[in-house]
Design a protein around this ligand. Structure first.
Ligand code: ZN
Ligand code: ZN
Length: 339
């Protein structure tokens, strides 16, 4: 076979063969799904989110992974998987996550999910246990809307209502602190007096909840973003699946957010950063960004909004003699955004 750098010139009138070597332009080839990494002042977020394909977003410092469409290796390090709903693009990595953690000798993974699907989640693991012929140690914790669970001292997860085609919930992570009551702080009392008061059973502190991150998973109502703790979380990760004006009906049928609904509630959001996830594969990121920018033009209050997958770590592959590959064609137009 002729070496790629020795391709003959094309006969006159025919297009030149693609030059895969030498001064050929660099191609971006998604040989691996590009994980996005977002650095916030409080924690990192890393993962991948494409509607109907895979959504998995990890907050490593908070020891959680939100949804687990597949299980990229880094997310194994989180002890808790917060599963918003059972659609395959959000849940298919679950058994692998639990099994790998067990296999690697890590503490058993814990899945926290809406109470309505807890039995089904356990059933999946039971079935997999039968297939594997050995038990996968794990925990499944179902939470009803508004219920809380302490992930570690001072770090609480609370569910909030979302609306989708199947039972679902969003997750809010709270940094819970016990603070000295302001009236006592003002008096600047010595420590031993405060300790005595506490020993006498007096309440000297109050609870302060700082909402760190709210994650919606799939949801159809803009209003879900306006709930306490969600609209004012430091970081909000929401879906917004549809951006074309003609797709409002499709958004309603699949119970997803359309950009119009998102922009409607945007001025009332107090988040430091809003991250949009769950774009469909046929919606080009740059086009969606422009569409959103245009939709936000009239707004006087504009929270910082970014697209999660705009933070994807692009893998640059430079064609060389050793790496002749077919450049990737534009994404297919398969409808994948209904999950
Ligand atoms: Zn989805
Ligand atoms: Zn879904």
């Amino acid at each position: 076979m002729k070496a790629p750098d020795q391709i003959s010139p094309a006969p006159a009138g025919e297009p030149a063969p693609r030059n895969l070597t030498g001064n050929a332009p660099t191609h971006e080839a998604p040989l691996l799904p590009p994980l996005a990494v977002v650095k916030t002042p409080y924690f990192h977020l890393l993962g991948y989110s494409v509607a109907g394909e895979e959504t998995v977003i990890q907050a490593p410092e908070l020891n959680v992974v939100f949804d687990i469409g597949k299980c990229p290796r880094p997310v194994l390090t989180s002890d808790f998987c917060l599963l918003t709903h059972g659609h395959m693009d959000h849940s298919a990595g679950l058994a692998y996550y639990l099994s790998q953690r067990f296999f690697q000798g890590m503490t058993p993974g814990t899945v926290i999910c809406p109470a309505a699907i807890a039995d089904a989640v356990s059933g999946v693991i039971r079935s997999w246990t039968a297939l594997e012929g050995k038990a996968i140690e794990h925990r499944v914790i179902g939470l009803k809307t508004g219920e809380e669970y302490e992930l570690r001292k001072g770090l609480i997860v609370r569910t909030f209502a979302t609306r989708h085609t199947v039972p679902c919930a969003g997750f809010l992570l709270l940094d819970r602190r016990e603070k000295l009551k302001p009236e006592l702080a003002q008096q600047n009392l010595p420590g031993h007096i405060l300790r005595d008061m506490k020993a006498r059973g007096e309440k000297i502190t109050y609870t302060l909840d700082v909402p760190l991150i709210a994650y919606t998973g799939d949801t159809s109502m803009g209003e879900t973003l306006l709930q306490d703790g969600v609209r004012d979380a430091r970081v909000l990760v929401t879906e917004c699946t549809f951006f074309e004006q003609g797709h409002r009906k499709r958004a309603a049928v699949g119970q997803h957010l359309h950009v119009n609904e998102f922009v409607e509630v945007l001025p009332r959001l107090e988040n430091e950063l809003v991250l949009i996830s769950h774009l469909s594969r046929r919606t080009y990121l740059r086009w969606a960004q422009k569409t959103l920018q245009k939709a936000m033009e009239g707004l006087t209050i504009k929270p910082k909004v970014e697209f999660f997958m705009d933070h994807a770590q692009k893998l640059q592959v430079r064609p060389s003699k050793a790496a002749a590959f077919t450049p990737v064609e534009p994404p297919s137009t398969t409808d994948t955004e209904d999950a």
